[in-house]
Design a protein around this ligand. Structure first.
Ligand code: PMP
Ligand code: GLN
Length: 406
C-alpha cells in the first residue's frame, strides 16, 4: 500500500511495521516513566492568560459548539488580518486571504499537500521541525535541505549555508519552507539570509511557506521580520502562525495561514477535506486575545518574552557550567548544546541515557535531521533543551546536569 511505502521511505514506521511515535511523544513518555525533568517537548508548565481561558469558557457556555465556518470564525479572521497589519504592515483580506487551521501543523500540511506532488522539490533548512519531512513525503515530493548550524559562543549564533541554499533551489523547487525564529536552533534569520531566500525563490518561481509560530518569542531587542514583508514577496508567500506559543496554549491547536487569495484558495481546498473546520469555541477566545482591546495580552506577551530571556540565560549558563558547548538562541524557547566537550559524541544515545544518568530529558538533534546528511553529521553530538519551564524547575534540572561531569 502507498502509505506503507511512503511511511517506510520517510522513516515514519519502524522495522517492526509499527507507527513510530514522534521524538517529542517518545521523550515525554520517557520523562513520565523515569520521573525525570522534561526539558524535551516544548510546552509551558504554566497556563496562558486566565482571561483568555475565561473567554473560551464563555464561548462554550454560549452555545458556540457546532461546526463553525470552514475558513474560521469571522472575528478570528479579522483579528489575524489586523494583527498582521498592526505588527508588520501586511494587508490581507479577512474573507479571502486568511484561513484558520488546526494548529500551524495543519496549515503547513495543507499548504504542502496543495502545492507539491511527485517530481516536485521542497527546500527546507536542516535541522527541521519533524512534521516538514513527514508531510513532504506524504505529498510524494522530494525534500532538499540546507544546513543551518548552531555556532557556540557567548552571543546568539547560527549560520545558514548560503552556497548550499543556492545549489538546492532550482527549477524543480515548488516550495521553499522557511522557519524563523527557527526550531531547533533558535536562529532568527538575519536580513541578508531572508533576502537571499527571497531572491532564489523568486528566480525559481517558487512559493515560500514560512512557519512563524515563534514570531513573538525573540530576545535581546531583536525584531522578527516576516518573509512576506520583503519587496515582491507578499504575492508568493504563505505565512503560518498559531496561538500555541504566543499565548502558551499549545493544546488548543488554533493556527492560521495568510497569503494572496490565489494561493490561499489552494490551501483552503485541501484544509476543507483534512478537517473541514477547526475547534469552534476556542476561536472566539483567540480572536479576543489577538484583538487585545485592553492591552492585557500585549502585557502578557511582553512579560513572557522578558521572562523567557532570563530563563534562556539561566539555562545557557548552567549548561555551559555543566561542561557543554552552548549556542545561544536569538528566539524560540530552545537551546542547542553539544556533548562533545565531555566526550559525549553520540547525541541519540545520550538523550536516551540522560534520564537514568541524571534525571533530565532532552531531545537529540538527530531527530530534526535526515540520517547521513551534512547537518546530521555536524550535529551528531548535540541535544535540544527547552527553557519554557518554571525557573525552579530549570534550577533543579541544572543541578542534576552538573553531575554529567562526574
Ligand atoms: N512549527 C514549529 C517550528 C513548531 O515548533 C511547532 C511546535 N509545536 C509547530 C509548528 C506546531 O504548531 P501547532 O501546535 O500550532 O500545530
Ligand atoms: N513544538 C514543540 C517542540 O518542538 C512540540 C512539538 C510536538 O510535540 N509535536 O518540542
Amino acid at each position: 500500500m502507498r502509505w506503507q511505502e511512503v511511511a517506510h521511505a520517510a522513516g515514519l514506521v519502524g522495522a517492526d511495521g509499527r507507527v513510530r511515535p514522534t521524538v517529542f511523544a517518545e521523550m515525554s513518555a520517557l520523562a513520565a516513566r523515569t520521573g525525570a525533568i522534561n526539558l524535551g517537548q516544548g510546552f509551558p508548565d504554566v497556563d496562558g492568560p486566565a482571561h483568555v481561558v475565561a473567554a473560551a469558557q464563555a464561548a462554550l457556555g454560549a452555545g458556540r459548539n457546532q461546526y463553525g465556518p470552514g475558513d474560521g470564525v469571522p472575528e478570528l479572521r479579522r483579528a489575524v488580518a489586523d494583527h498582521q497589519r498592526r505588527h508588520y504592515g501586511l494587508d490581507w483580506d479577512p474573507d479571502t486571504e486568511v484561513l484558520v487551521t488546526t494548529g500551524a501543523t495543519e496549515a503547513i500540511a495543507a499548504a504542502v499537500l496543495a502545492l507539491v506532488g511527485p517530481g516536485d522539490e521542497v527546500v527546507a533548512l536542516e535541522p527541521f521541525y519533524d512534521a516538514y519531512a513527514a508531510v513532504v513525503a506524504l505529498a510524494g515530493a522530494t525534500l532538499r535541505t540546507v544546513p543551518l548550524l548552531p555556532v557556540p559562543g557567548p552571543t546568539p549564533g547560527a549560520r545558514l549555508d548560503r552556497a548550499a541554499l543556492a545549489a538546492a533551489v532550482g527549477e524543480r523547487t515548488r516550495v521553499v519552507l522557511v522557519n524563523s525564529p527557527h526550531n531547533p536552533t533558535g536562529a532568527v534569520l538575519p536580513a541578508e539570509d531572508l533576502a537571499e531566500i527571497a531572491r532564489l525563490a523568486t528566480a525559481a518561481d517558487a512559493v515560500v511557506v514560512t512557519d512563524e509560530v515563534y514570531e513573538h518569542l525573540v530576545y535581546d531587542g531583536a525584531a522578527h521580520v516576516p518573509v512576506a514583508t520583503l519587496p515582491g514577496m507578499a504575492e508568493r508567500t504563505l505565512t503560518v502562525s498559531s496561538a500555541g506559543k504566543t499565548l502558551s496554549f499549545t493544546g488548543w491547536k488554533v493556527g492560521w495561514v495568510t497569503g494572496p487569495a490565489s494561493l490561499l484558495t489552494a490551501v483552503r481546498t485541501v484544509k476543507q477535506y483534512l478537517t473541514y473546520t477547526s475547534g469552534a469555541p476556542l476561536q472566539p477566545a483567540v480572536a479576543a486575545a489577538l484583538a487585545d482591546d485592553d492591552g492585557r495580552v500585549a502585557a502578557y506577551v511582553a512579560e513572557l518574552q522578558a521572562s523567557l530571556e532570563r530563563r534562556r540565560d539561566l539555562l545557557c549558563e548552567g549548561l555551559r557550567a555543566a561542561g557543554l558547548d552552548v549556542a545561544v538562541p536569538a528566539g524560540t524557547y530552545f537551546v542547542l548544546a553539544d556533548g562533545a566537550p565531555l566526550g559525549l559524541d553520540d547525541g541519540d544515545r545520550l538523550a536516551r541515557e540522560l534520564p537514568e544518568r541524571v534525571g533530565v530529558v532532552a531531545v537529540p538533534v538527530s531527530a530534526f535531521c535526515r540520517a547521513g546528511s551534512p547537518a546530521a553529521t555536524a550535529l551528531r553530538s548535540w541535544l535540544r533543551f527547552t527553557f519554557v519551564k518554571r525557573e525552579d524547575v530549570l534550577h533543579e534540572a541544572l543541578e542534576r546536569l552538573a553531575r554529567l561531569r562526574a
